[in-house]
Design a protein around this ligand. Structure first.
Ligand code: PLP
Length: 402
């Protein structure tokens, strides 16, 4: 079957909850993917940063196959030999005390919300069912009903109510607004250090540090959603490190699974994580040995291949190049590490047509909202391939500037 035929089948039998570019991929290696018609593309999205290690990383695939042959699932009714080691290695690597494993990012965010509420009642003495969690406008934390209950994007919410109460929304990047929103019933502040889905929004420097101070002063938990920014994407292992503003709890997912298996986790201090007793929360596949073996190898690859330092270096290199493009349609180039956004003026006719032209030129990326093109290649990329991508991007801007 060819591209057209696969798309026809997908559109007939698959729910229409996405609007993908019309590229049908059937093979990948490292930073490259191939479609069913044999065309080759550079992956400049990395599955929203889930493929930070590149596709089919040989070490990660090897770990996957070895573990798949030994043991894949026990449920947490029994113990297995991989989960304790992942928990220990994650803690040693990140400086947190304890880990709660889940599968998808949204589930880990839900876990963080449940943890914060329980902490609020048990440790802070908030009256039952009164706990509040403060979040930011334009956030993206996933798609479950509770998580979209505090989204400000109408598209994510319309016809999905009624919603979960207990959330207060303040502007992103505004520490004063946080201070003002806190009440005696506030349990936590949940925030993405950089808002990726909102269009790669980077708050003014000093924001996270101020957030850390305000949360400490008011005895509320600072929770960072590092699902997309974490594990090296922004040029630090975690985005909070840019300001040395260590949260009480972080949520990770996406590239923890090495680009091939879903796994997510909440990491916290012992004081916070110890609110859980057996039976109060869980997941059949959470902490399964296959996911854990893959995540362990993914963490080792990040370290041994210096992916964090490479993201920092390549990000700087590439952003400087992007800034040399002269186009009347570019409003701003911004980012950290290899999480880069090119914001276009509305007159440019939308980022989607740029992504379509880039795909035709062999570069796969995706618009976020209407006017931002996101560039987020795998963290293994080097200057030679970035130079190749840059030429394609420049050509597309020349072509669409006409
Ligand atoms: C992708 C993402 C999520 C949701 O993760 P899923 O695995 O898609 O549920 C949550 N928060 C952020 C910041 C993300 O980028």
């Amino acid at each position: 079957m060819n591209t057209k035929q696969y798309i026809a089948v997908e559109d007939k039998y698959g729910a229409h909850n996405y609007h993908p570019l019309d590229v049908v991929i059937d093979k990948a290696k490292g930073i490259w993917v191939w479609d069913v018609d044999g065309r080759k593309y550079l992956d400049f999205l990395s599955a929203y940063s889930a493929v930070n290690h590149g596709h089919n990383h040989p070490r990660i695939i090897k770990a996957l196959i070895a573990q798949a042959r030994k043991l894949t699932l026990t449920s947490r009714a029994f113990r297995n030999d991989q989960w304790p080691m992942l928990a220990k290695e994650l803690c040693q690597r990140t400086g947190y005390d304890m880990v709660l494993p889940m599968n998808s990012g949204a589930e880990a965010v839900e876990t963080a919300v449940k943890t914060a509420r329980k902490w609020g009642y048990q440790k802070k003495g908030i009256p039952q069912d009164q706990a509040e969690i403060i979040v930011c406008a334009n956030n993206f934390h996933g798609r479950t009903v509770t998580v979209i209950s505090f989204s400000t994007e109408p598209l994510y919410r319309k016809d999905f109510g009624p919603f979960t109460p207990g959330f207060k929304i303040i502007p992103f990047g505004d520490a004063d607004a946080l201070e003002k929103a806190i009440t005696p019933n506030t349990a936590a502040f949940l925030v993405e250090p950089y808002q990726a889905e909102a269009g790669i929004l980077i708050p003014a420097s000093g924001y996270l540090k101020k957030v850390r101070e305000i949360c400490s002063k008011n005895n509320i938990l600072f929770i960072a959603d590092e699902i997309q920014t974490g594990l090296g994407r922004t040029g630090k292992l975690f985005a909070w490190e840019h300001e040395k503003a260590k949260p009480d709890m972080i949520v990770i997912g996406k590239s923890l699974g090495g680009g091939c298996y879903p796994i997510s986790a909440c990491l916290a201090t012992a004081d916070v994580m110890n609110v859980f007793r057996p039976g109060e929360h869980g997941s059949t596949f959470g902490g399964n040995p296959l996911a854990c073996a893959i995540a362990r190898e993914s963490l080792r690859v990040i370290k041994e291949e210096n992916l964090v330092a490479n993201a920092a270096k390549m990000g700087k290199y590439f952003m400087a190049k992007l800034r040399t493009i002269k186009s009347r349609h570019i409003k701003e180039v911004r980012g950290r590490g290899l999480l880069i956004g090119v914001e276009l003026y509305p007159e440019a006719g939308g980022a989607r047509r740029y992504c379509e032209a880039l795909a035709a030129a062999g570069l796969l990326c995706k618009e976020t909202h209407d006017n931002v093109i996101r560039f987020a290649p795998p963290l293994i990329i080097g200057t030679k391939d970035l130079d190749w991508a840059f030429e394609k991007i420049k050509e597309v801007f020349v072509q669409l500037d006409k």
